[in-house]
Write a protein that binds this ligand. Structure first.
Ligand SMILES: *[C@@H]1O[C@H](CO)[C@@H](O)[C@H](O)[C@H]1NC(C)=O
Ligand SMILES: *[C@@H]1O[C@H](CO)[C@@H](O)[C@H](O)[C@H]1NC(C)=O
Ligand SMILES: *[C@@H]1O[C@H](CO)[C@@H](O)[C@H](O)[C@H]1NC(C)=O
Ligand SMILES: *[C@@H]1O[C@H](CO)[C@@H](O)[C@H](O)[C@H]1NC(C)=O
Length: 394
């Protein structure tokens, strides 16, 4: 709860730093609530999985509604800070760009509906249900030297992974022993199975084994919970305590940590998106507000490449929660005549998502973020030039 208190204190400060003017905002967002990604969950448990009314990996109606509220909420803030006026924006002031998948395109459209209702704001995206190269966090460099460095780092992290308790909790919930995965493929224990690194040019860095299975399963529990399913349909009613949720969610957190949270790997896979962001900040004619709608993999790799310090989001099990937004803000200090950077993670808590609470002044939490190499003052600002030097060096 102490963390939450800080978040609120901070939110008040946002409006009382006099003489600071907001001049540009880039939001990197994760899509909102979606159906589970894996279609063959049946193999992983003999229990009956909940039925979703859309195909795998699609934004749900509730996800769209929550994202629309986020759009309305964020645009109010942008207007309050005078970055945008009350009029409909043109393409020189607002630009929205989503990855090609349905859940990211529709999240951006929902955001725009809420933010710029009855205005003509286009969501830009490739329209093909494929990953857009800008958002695709894949390995591109064919150097064997780089390959060896990355695999070594991943293996070191895998060796230190401590998920035994989480796996034991999960095995019990899914009844792994009676699953096809055990009976047909002979994977009868996650604790005793090793993960194997998957490193292919043109693919995302990945692992095969219990971490990937566990991630699919826990992700589906988390989405069912957010979606508001009755509790007997969420992990078959067996996730009864916060402690159990935290134990399970550790698997999804570590999955992202193992796959994307490294400096060298992240610089490689996030290069196109980081270049895109760098150009937005380098170009004097760039839109004042840009919304980029992508995935947790985008947030994790971009943050790791830039060197964000470790952070904790109160009342969330996910490290990059559904619908959560990294908000990069350029401020001008009129007194000192300098530009400043401020970064916040804005997100809804687990319970706000489940209850479908509309984003209002009381609801999303603002977490203050810091980048190593861009030390913040007591109000959370760091020097713009320090930040740009970091981006230019990537
Ligand atoms: C909306 O914007 C698009 C792209 O900028 C443009 O082609 C279209 O004519 C606009 N529609 C209206 C109704 O203004
Ligand atoms: C690929 O990685 C190697 C080793 O780190 C580096 O020397 C080379 O410049 C990289 N190539 C590209 C195209 O980035
Ligand atoms: C986790 O379980 C494996 C397999 O039983 C064991 O080798 C390993 O030492 C355990 N790790 C920890 C941290 O207890
Ligand atoms: C990312 O990696 C850093 C350095 O290894 C580590 O301190 C941090 O806890 C990791 N973050 C997450 C969310 O796992």
């Amino acid at each position: 709860m102490a963390g939450k208190f800080n978040v609120y204190i901070f939110f008040n400060l946002l409006s009382i730093v006099i003489g600071h003017e907001l001049t540009q905002v880039v939001i990197l967002s994760r899509h909102n609530i979606r159906t589970p990604l894996t279609v063959n969950l049946e193999r992983l448990s003999p229990n009956v999985w909940p039925i979703w009314d859309q195909q795998a990996g699609y934004l749900t109606a509730k996800g769209a509604r929550l994202e629309e509220h986020m759009g309305e909420y964020i645009s109010k803030w942008l207007k309050k800070e005078n970055l945008l006026s009350e009029n409909c924006p043109d393409e020189n002031s607002v630009y929205t760009y989503a990855n090609g998948l349905q859940r990211t395109r529709n999240s951006a459209k929902a955001f725009v509906r809420g933010a710029f209702r009855s205005c003509n704001v286009t969501v830009h995206s490739i329209n093909s249900d494929k990953m857009d190269p800008t958002f695709h966090p894949i390995l591109r460099n064919t150097s064997n030297v780089l390959r060896n460095v990355i695999i070594k780092e991943m293996q070191e992290k895998l060796n230190k992974l401590e998920l035994n308790q989480s796996y034991r909790d999960l095995e019990e919930i899914i009844d792994l022993e009676n699953s096809d995965l055990c009976k047909k493929d002979n994977v009868c224990s996650f604790v005793n199975t090793k993960d194997v690194i998957y490193y292919e040019i043109g693919e995302e860095p990945n692992v095969e084994g219990p971490l990937a299975y566990g991630n699919s399963i826990v992700d589906s529990f988390i989405m069912s919970y957010y979606e508001g399913m009755p509790l007997d349909k969420v992990g078959w009613g067996k996730i009864t305590t916060t402690k159990k949720w935290e134990s399970l969610a550790k698997i999804t957190k570590e999955n992202q940590n193992i796959r994307f949270n490294y400096s060298i790997l992240a610089k490689e896979v996030a290069k196109p998106l980081i270049n895109y962001i760098k150009e937005l900040f380098d170009n004097e004619n760039a839109p004042k507000f840009t919304l980029l709608h992508g995935h947790d993999s985008n947030l994790n790799s971009v943050m790791a490449a830039i060197g964000f310090k470790y952070y904790v989001l109160p009342d969330q099990y996910e490290h990059t929660p559904i619908g959560g937004k990294l908000i990069l803000q350029k401020w001008h200090d009129k007194e000192l005549e300098i530009d400043l950077l401020k970064v916040n993670y804005v997100y809804q808590t687990v319970e706000q998502l489940r209850e479908g609470i509309k984003a209002t002044d009381e609801s999303p939490l603002w977490c203050e973020m810091e980048i190593s190499g861009c030390p913040i003052d007591e109000n959370g600002y760091c020097h713009w030039e320090d930040f740009m030097n970091i981006l230019r060096a990537l």
